[in-house]
Design a protein around this ligand. Structure first.
Ligand code: JFZ
Length: 391
């Protein structure tokens, strides 16, 4: 579960509102001083994630607006010192995640539209009314100081999800220093960079924004898939941060389809919510998360702990595998007979996951053909489990 939540949530126009409306720093600082999400309840958020079958949460510790959603000594521009809330929501979340056995990752923006030392400016943040000077090295010291706090004061952290380097693609971000710091403080923390390029040394996973690995419908993703673990990040509507007029919520049917296709590409799905400024979660989002969780109670075995299957992704669907079990996910196929290349060995058993109903099949050196049960129109995915020997 991805969570985009911050000062920007108050304007209900997404997380880029400061840039899109050209809000200067002094005005945005006032907006930050009014942020008071008293209804924020870490137990409610983590319990919803749990009911959705989520295994890790990635929350915005600091987004491009430069406001810190955690207790930090590096700047007073943070939720404890700058707002009436006087609480640290990331601390409360970290403790609740530990209680409920969910890993917590921090999204951390390298881009900053507020900090005076984010200089020379990049492609964005040019309407912020900051001074025309700054000390880049002092900015990187600030960034590393905050990462030290996040990796010291919140218990075991799943990893850091970086974003924003694309604002100054030619700057010296001194990545090796930052990556070494993270791996020194928490060796098992994963570095997940959203720089939309092929993996760089020291990185631990590759994430694709709004695209399956290798695809680039978003226009900014690389098509180069490295050898690192993979992730796809996805909005539930068309906004990351809370957007009060964005009603384009994807159906649960389509969200499950993307979860399955991501697994068929060997990738996790990082599905986003944009909580409201009072700390509550939109019912449309909560409902979809619960429905996905319900689906996973039956079909989770064909997703969790699997890898991309032996039959590459197809229009009709994908395959996943764990050990000698291959799961055929039939997402879009009108007919009863479905043929595919041999799934990496000789099939000995085939059944419908969930009902356990036997599935008839024929196979030869060239293909495996399954006789599928009649499709239920509302079912997002017909999952046929295969035991494959001699893989
Ligand atoms: C980035 C953020 O800007 C956005 O706010 C959100 O956090 C998302 C998960 O990641 O999205 C981007 C970043 C850069 C480009 C497009 C979307 N780009 O360079 O075209």
């Amino acid at each position: 579960m991805f969570i985009h939540w911050g000062v920007y949530s108050q304007l209900g126009a997404g997380e880029w509102v400061m840039e899109q409306r050209g809000i200067p720093v002094p005005t945005y600082e006032w907006l930050a001083s009014a942020f008071n999400p008293v209804k924020f309840d870490a137990h409610e958020w983590v319990s919803l994630a749990k009911s959705a079958g989520v295994r890790y949460i990635t929350i915005t510790a600091r987004h491009h607006d430069g406001f810190s959603m955690f207790a930090t000594k590096a700047t007073p521009y943070n939720i404890v010192d700058w707002t009436p809330l006087k609480r640290d929501p990331l601390k409360e979340l970290a403790d609740e995640c530990t209680r409920q056995g969910i890993k917590l990752f921090f999204y951390y923006s390298q881009l900053d539209w507020h900090h005076p030392d984010y200089w020379p400016r990049g492609r964005t943040g040019l309407k912020t009314a900051r001074g025309e000077s700054g000390d880049w090295n002092r900015y990187l010291d600030f960034l590393n100081a905050q990462l030290t706090e996040l990796l010291t004061n919140y218990g075991p952290v799943g990893g850091i999800w970086f974003d924003g380097m694309w604002d100054k693609p030619n700057a010296d971000w001194q990545l090796s220093r930052t990556y070494a710091l993270i791996h020194r403080l928490q060796p098992s923390a994963l570095i997940v960079p959203n720089h939309h390029k092929a993996p760089l040394p020291g990185e631990d996973a590759q994430t694709f924004e709004q695209d399956l690995p290798g695809a680039n419908t978003a226009g900014f993703n690389t098509s180069e898939i490295g050898s690192l673990p993979l992730e796809t990040s996805l909005t539930m509507n068309n906004s990351w941060g809370f957007n009060i007029t964005d009603r384009s919520f994807k159906s649960t049917h389509d969200l499950i389809g993307t979860l399955v296709r991501a697994a068929g590409h060997g990738a996790n799905l990082l599905l986003n919510i944009g909580p409201r400024p009072d700390g509550t979660i939109q019912p449309e989002a909560a409902e979809r998360l619960r429905e996905i969780g319900l689906w996973l109670t039956t079909y989770g075995a064909s997703i969790y702990g699997t890898r991309a299957g032996p039959v590459a992704p197809r229009d009709w669907g994908v395959t996943t595998r764990r050990g000698d079990t291959v799961f055929v996910h039939v997402l879009k196929w009108p007919d009863r007979l479905l043929s595919m290349p041999v799934p990496g060995g000789r099939v000995t058993h085939a059944w419908i996951l969930g009902s356990g109903e036997h599935v008839a099949f024929t196979q030869n050196a060239d293909a495996l053909t399954l006789t599928l049960p009649v499709a239920e129109p509302s079912a997002p995915d017909r999952v046929v489990a295969l035991i494959v020997s001699g893989r």
